[in-house]
Ligand binder design. Structure first.
Ligand code: HEM
Length: 471
């Protein structure tokens, strides 16, 4: 009898530099390169180059880009215990510390169990009035015909919401420090993409950007420590994350130290507003490019809301708006790449590929969502892709804006509630038209943000008079 064994497919990928691996290509055009990688198969192997092999002391170090939903499910869910997050740049670990975003194993489970209930179910819907109230205050300030930078407006709005959630107070003067620090952080990340040296340089090396970032972080930290101290000293407890953390214990039953509380708060502050703000900015951009979709949305809002402010209870009836939101997250997923995973041991993927122990595994919602195999005519904005019928037939794990498995986004329910309420509140009052002559393109930094400010003109007149009626 002949013993037939099927050998795993030989993995290939685009040609890369012997010394510097795929990084020059990635730097030149990250998003384009990832799309190009799809043409090389379900699993694309990118040798990381001799420089990194030496630095990491890892022979044949390679990055493996996963393009097939079944393999993605395997890594993120089925065999997730075989993977951990790859080490981060020194600046990133200085910012997030031991917050839930970066820990592993039992500590990570403990943190998730503590924090998840706060961001789920009825608990998040209790924040609906806060969200719509703040949104209304903001949009009431927009005069008919004025030009606004919608990215900036959304950033301040979402920051003021998460601030209340975390600290139970209003963001005022602090908001500017935070936005500035985030902007410096973004430029540092960009610099790190452009230069390997920048990505391994510790933050204490006094470059211009490092000094600005350290100053900003210092200001944010002293603010957070002041809030912790004030709350510890008062007997007052709020329904906010700070109170939750002050009452919490670690795995050994000890109260959390100020540093641990700081790390979680910093994580939620950064993870919890930049993402939603970009998702909203892209949604306004897409709506401004597609009048029929905008009009159908107006119709739905008129029908469901009349002239009252949206509530959480209205959201299930705003089906078309949810389809728009989902499609926007498909085309412009704020988390354009998941955190790179490292394989503990060799792993056999459903597609037949074999990942060696120590493989760096790269999963990009950006390229997955724009793969014509799962989303025909992938660059076209079409909310119908998320109709109820389409949702039933979509291949699982082909759409992962919030990741999957044990590290799925902790703030997903909250993000959806906030995003949809902000959309409904604004779109029922004004229409936003993109100012002509701007070339808006996605720029992959910490999140997928527009490369330039997004100027939009506010139109108030005629918004309640759509051209057709939805059944
Ligand atoms: C549209 C908005 C958002 C998007 C697209 C998004 C996306 C994601 C994704 C893809 C991950 C998984 C990363 C990975 O597996 O490497 C993640 C993790 C996380 N997100 Fe979000 N997120 C959003 C909003 C939020 C909000 C509002 C919060 C908090 C209030 C939040 C907190 C977190 C945290 C703490 C994690 C880490 C979870 C863990 O590792 O256990 N996110 N997010």
């Amino acid at each position: 009898m002949i013993n037939q064994t099927i050998s795993p497919p030989v993995l290939s990928g685009p040609p890369v530099s012997r010394w510097r691996g795929p990084f020059p290509e990635l730097r030149r055009d990250t998003l384009g390169f990832l799309l190009h990688c799809q043409t090389y198969g379900d699993v694309v192997k990118l040798p990381m180059g001799l420089v990194l092999e030496l630095l990491l002391r890892q022979r044949d170090a390679a990055m493996y880009v996963l393009n097939h939903p079944a393999d993605i499910k395997h890594v993120l869910v089925t065999n997730q215990d075989n993977y951990r997050k790859a080490p981060v740049a020194p600046s990133e670990s200085r910012i997030f510390g031991q917050g839930v975003l970066h820990t592993e194993g039992n500590m990570h489970h403990h943190q998730r169990r503590l924090l998840l209930p706060f961001f789920h179910g009825n608990h998040v819907t209790a924040y609906a009035d806060l969200i719509t109230g703040k949104t209304q205050d903001l949009s009431d300030r927009w005069q008919d015909g004025t030009v606004i930078d919608i990215a900036q407006e959304m950033a301040y709005l979402t920051l003021s919401v998460i601030w209340r959630l975390l600290f139970g107070r209003e963001a005022s003067a602090e908001a500017d420090t935070i936005r500035e620090t985030i902007a410096v952080g973004q430029s540092l990340i960009k610099l790190q993409y452009d230069s390997l040296l920048a990505s391994v340089t510790p933050l204490w090396v006094p470059t211009h950007t490092h000094r600005r970032l350290t100053r900003g972080l210092g200001a944010m930290e002293s603010m957070i420590h002041r809030f912790i101290k004030e709350r510890r000293e008062s007997s007052h407890r709020n329904d906010d994350v700070l109170s939750l953390l002050l009452a919490a214990t670690d795995m050994d039953g000890r109260q959390l130290r100020d540093e641990e509380i700081r790390d979680e708060l910093m994580t939620f502050l950064l993870a919890g507003h930049e993402t939603i703000s970009n998702a909203l900015t892209w949604t306004w951009f897409l709506l401004s490019q597609c009048r029929p979709v905008q009009e159908r949305l107006t119709c739905e809002l008129n029908k469901v809301l009349g002239d009252h402010l949206p509530t959480a209870a209205d959201l299930p009836r705003l089906r078309y708006m949810k389809m728009i939101w989902d499609e926007s997250l498909r085309l412009y997923p704020p988390a354009w790449s998941l955190h790179t995973r490292l394989a503990h041991t060799q792993d056999h993927l459903p597609s037949g590929a074999v990942l060696p122990s120590g493989a760096w595994v790269f999963i990009s919602p950006w390229s997955l969502h724009r793969n014509a195999r799962w989303f025909p005519d992938p660059d076209r904005f079409d909310p119908e892709r998320f109709s109820e019928a389409a949702n039933r037939t979509r291949l699982l794990f082909s759409y992962i804006p919030f990741g999957a498995g044990g590290r799925r986004c902790l703030g997903e329910s909250f993000a959806e509630l906030e995003g949809l309420l902000i959309l409904a509140t604004i779109a029922s009052k004004v229409r936003l038209r993109l100012v002509d002559g701007q070339r808006i393109r996605p720029e992959p930094v910490m999140t997928l943000r527009p490369n330039v400010p997004v100027q939009m003109t506010v139109e108030r007149a005629g918004i309640t008079e759509p051209h057709f009626v939805v059944a």
